[in-house]
Ligand binder design. Sequence first.
Ligand SMILES: Cc1cc2nc3c(=O)[nH]c(=O)nc-3n(C[C@H](O)[C@H](O)[C@H](O)COP(=O)(O)OP(=O)(O)OC[C@H]3O[C@@H](n4cnc5c(N)ncnc54)[C@H](O)[C@@H]3O)c2cc1C
Length: 660
Amino acid sequence: MTRHFPVIVIGGGHAGVEAAWAAANILRDHASVALVTQNPRTIGVMSCNPAIGGLAKGQMVREIDALNGLMGLAADATGIQFKVLNTSKGAAVHAPRAQCDKHAYARTVSAMIAARPEIRVIAGTVERLLVERGLVRGVQVATPDAGLITLGAASVVLTTGTFMRGLMHAGERRTPGGRFGEPPAHTIADALRALGFELGRLKTGTPPRLQRHTIRWDALEPQLGDDPPRPFSDLSAAGSPALGPTGAVPALARFPALPQVDCRITATSPRIHELIRANLHRAPMYSGQIESVGPRYCPSLEDKVVRFAQRDAHHVYLEPESLDDDWIYANGISTSLPPDVQDQIVRSLPGCENARILRYGYAVEYDMVRPHQITPSGQTRPVRGLFLAGQINGTSGYEEAAAQGLVAGLNAARAALGLPEHVLGRDEAYAGVLMDDLCTKTPVEPYRMFTSRAEHRLLLRADNAADRLTPLAERLGLLGDALYAPLRRGLFAHRRAQLEALNTAIDNARVGSRPLAELMRRPDFTIDDLVRLVGPWRGEATPPGCGGGRPTREGWRLDVLETVAADRYYALYLRRAMTELRRTRELEHRTIPDAIDYTLFPSLRSEARAALARFRPRTLGQAARLEGITPADVTLLSVLVSQWRRRHGQEPADTVPSGR
Ligand SMILES: Cc1cc2nc3c(=O)[nH]c(=O)nc-3n(C[C@H](O)[C@H](O)[C@H](O)COP(=O)(O)OP(=O)(O)OC[C@H]3O[C@@H](n4cnc5c(N)ncnc54)[C@H](O)[C@@H]3O)c2cc1C
């Protein structure tokens, strides 16, 4: 071994950087985390859409921020258009989104990682995992300078993204690669197979990029961002010197850090759809050249034309990718049709008659690990100490990758310290829903998060992410000792004080003969009404270490007003949700010993036995969510598990550890 690290993270994509960041927050020692990646210059690169957040994804970024992750800060530092989506609907589905300057985003993430003394970046491709008696011991890395080296580790987080046996398709042309201009990672797939992992293969795609000055930009309908913009991170609005210009995220000296831009909208037409139909035999998805499955919710243009044949137009959003160049991302026309067909499609879009394509759209096929082989902490079942996160688990999207990275990095560090794993509940975070879904379902297509996947979505709102998760981050040690840790603590304490004062004021207030709380359940009740009725905040104006710039009404923080307004508006539903939660929590806390051999339970139906043996659920709650398991199976399983425990002299155990 040339060197030993408590945690090694493989891959500098969105999962990898978040894993390294979280592990560094926990471990805190100099060079305790190695981030091994093929090309350190591509750390934090946005492979596809230069945007962070959106429906359900924005909620996850807020959660990542509440757990002291890096994605929210990086997006705030580099956003060129911010928009909260779904504001015409209830607060439960409000979703922040930012279009970022893709160069600035990667630069910022890279700088944030480089500024952490706990993280050592190593250039190289991991070819083998070193495993002894089912326990990971380290990795073998092919490096550009020192050839093959061996690094020892207590825990390893593997985040190969779209690179594992990546193969790119553009029309009939096939090129090995994980994304444009970057080679695939080959041997790691064989290494995983040799360790007994079941692999799958998925596909994703990206649209052509256009040159802005060749588009009739001003002739197209604009799409504007919010004014004023709202950041992801509670810290960004703080105007604190702890962030910039010499602080932890210098780009965040103020918010918004970059000039804001607008986007444009155009649309496909029956003529374009006809053109696609006439060329379907040249589309790798339809010619049989690609056999793996792509994301259903984010289909290629050829997919849309075939699947939604009744529609004669689809929106295309033209989104600037950077302030430093004139590349435009053509959102909505992801395609792997050959270049000559892409030219014709683009030039048939209104406003794009003379548009020049700077990079043609393409699809990429890659290997993934079927995620029923991990636990909700990201740890693999076949190899202890090995964690998987991101696209390798069959997900799609930067936010899904980052959320898994954070969970895996946290748990890899805990494992290195000899601490038990920490699992996020489905009622605590979208990240908990994500990890649980991955373990209880085998995605047959790339998995992305939707609000509809969360049964407790009234609880999992963007506005209350800090209330749900920052105290947990503190308990687990995730707040770390970075420059801005005191700022986060101060901001949160200030928020708690305002929440308490505001709730007390509401509980004591009446409007005429009616309690204010009752009035707040009306859909036409506004935040301005609330401020008028409770009067101004009389406590400390800003938390310690914060400058001005945080949006307030009569001294009340807007984020506090929004949370209280949502809690009061949903009060009756939330009460019902809590009752339901208490009922289901009982199952979530009843663990199933990993050592159980289901073949010894002949009284279970064979389909149930097969599902339990394949997924090996950790709790009765998880078992209940498996495909092929009925409520009757769960009742019987509960009895069988109790009998098994008695026979083996085991006491029932809880899953949720108490933290650090
Ligand atoms: C063409 C294309 C289209 C996409 N389209 C969409 C889309 O429409 N919607 C969407 O949500 N998402 C899309 N994505 C997916 C999005 O890019 C990913 O979800 C996200 O980047 C996943 O993050 P990750 O960290 O798992 O992997 P990545 O961001 O891919 O990062 C993986 C990292 O690991 C490194 N690496 C891999 N193997 C090794 C190894 N053996 N040793 C060392 N380093 C290694 C790579 O160099 C890279 O730095 C697309 C991706 C591509 C390439």
